[in-house]
Write a protein that binds this ligand. Structure first.
Ligand code: PMP
Length: 424
């Protein structure tokens, strides 16, 4: 057993700008080389890297506290339960939930959407009812609703996106109707970076009595989240996109809605009493956390949130905004590059096409230069169809990326041009 590592405290929050060099030292993986070159990691919308305090928190949990929660009277079980519930409280504060019981731990945004589809919508949606999404949703905010519609006879509708990559709010408002039972919308698009006007969307939906599920997978890593100010009913986030481990995330749900919801999965921990005559459910959030949860993941997610709080989400956003402007300006100078998504505000996600080069070739050539980007449909095939392309190349930034890395991306894109024989 290795000796417990000291926990590095996150850079102290101050009024000054983010010290990106100090921040980078907290992320061990950023110091490694790939293919003989310094790693330039620009695939943060797929998953983010983990700072030392998160890695240490998970390691410490397994070295010092590991036990199953909620059941044991013994010391370790109580300690693990305490840590798990403390993490829930920290997440509640992070999204400004009214109380920690409004935070359900789950695997991530995908499971959160499925939980709402089964637990909330299934019993409230019938033939002729409608679920409204947008054209820019990730598959995980389309397919669960499509499955729900198939099972219930309801209809899935999609609000259009403008050429700039913004939600067409007038068309969205027109699609709302008394049959709309639920609106499911991304806080920020994983392809276009567009930040949707969630508050306005919630106000509009409320006029028709429709609940709003916000997919915050790409919002929470970049923007301060205040579920009460947003006015949403549900908000999902994925830990692994928030500098925490994979396999953990949260669903925030307003208490009165969670209380009226059926369980999603049956099993241990989600019951009040079980007999062969019938079973009664535990109160939320336990009702939605059947089985042994990802305790270490929750501890890691808490550490990630503490780390972000130490940086200050406002400072993170300000730094990323500056980096996005720098990146947008420099990518625009690459000949033959066509950007997708020029909404304001947007999170630092830059998707583009390059004349004469297939995204997969671009990705492979950039990889040889040590630059990690994503290529493909980004789990948003309807959006690819909307823009008339089968795939895009996407560079997605985090607060630990630098201008120097953007320069390397741009240099590598010139390399693409050279390798493809001056295709542009
Ligand atoms: N929504 C958006 C906007 C995403 O970008 C992603 C992940 N790419 C998801 C949902 C799904 O997240 P997860 O796979 O972590 O459940």
């Amino acid at each position: 057993m290795t000796a417990p590592q000291p926990v590095l405290s996150p850079p102290v929050s101050s009024d000054g700008p983010l010290d990106v060099d100090a921040v980078r030292r907290d992320f061990p993986i950023l110091g490694r080389a790939v293919r003989g070159r310094a790693l330039v990691y620009l695939d943060n919308a797929a998953t983010t890297q983990k700072p030392r305090p998160v890695i240490d928190a998970v390691e410490r949990y397994y070295e010092e506290e590991n036990a199953n929660i909620h059941r044991g009277v013994h010391f370790l079980s109580q300690q693990a339960t305490f840590s798990y519930e403390r993490a829930r409280g920290r997440l509640a504060t992070f999204v400004n939930a009214a109380e920690s019981a409004e935070v359900v731990f789950c695997r991530g945004a995908t499971e959160a959407a499925n939980l709402v589809a089964h637990g909330y919508a299934r019993s409230r949606v019938g033939p002729g009812d409608e679920i409204l999404v947008t054209h820019m949703e990730h598959h995980s905010n389309i397919v669960p609703w499509q499955m729900l519609c198939e099972a219930t006879g309801a209809r899935l509708r999609a609000a259009p996106v403008t050429d700039e990559g913004e939600l067409d709010l007038a068309a969205f408002a027109d699609l709302l109707c008394p049959r709309t039972r639920l609106v499911a919308v991304a806080h920020a698009s994983n392809v276009l970076g567009t930040v949707n006007p969630v508050r306005r969307i919630c106000d509009l939906a409320r006029e028709y009595g429709a609940a709003v599920f916000v997919d915050g997978a790409q919002g929470a890593p970049h923007l301060p989240v205040d579920v009460q100010a947003l006015g949403c009913d549900f908000y999902a986030l994925s830990g692994h996109k928030l500098f925490a481990p994979t396999g953990i995330g949260i669903l925030y749900g307003r208490r009165e809605l969670l209380e009226g919801m059926a369980p999603y999965e049956g099993g241990g921990s989600m019951i009040q009493s079980v007999s062969f005559e019938g079973t009664t459910w535990a109160e939320p959030p336990a009702r939605f956390e059947a089985g042994t949860p990802n305790i270490a993941g929750a501890v890691g997610l808490e550490a990630a949130v503490d780390y972000l709080n130490g940086l200050g989400m406002e400072r993170v956003s300000a730094y990323e905004e500056e980096l996005l402007a720098y990146a947008s300006g420099h990518l625009a100078e690459v000949e033959g590059l066509r950007p997708f998504g020029e909404a304001r505000p947007k999170v630092p996600v830059l998707s583009f096409a390059l004349d004469g080069a297939h995204p997969h070739d671009i990705g492979t050539i950039l990889d040889a230069e040590g630059v990690a980007v994503r290529t493909g449909h980004h789990c948003a095939q309807p959006l690819m169809q909307r823009f008339g392309v089968p795939a895009m190349t996407r560079a997605s930034l985090a607060f630990y990326n630098t201008r120097r890395e953007i320069d390397l991306l741009v240099e590598a894109l010139h390399e693409v041009d050279a390798v493809m024989g001056g295709a542009s």
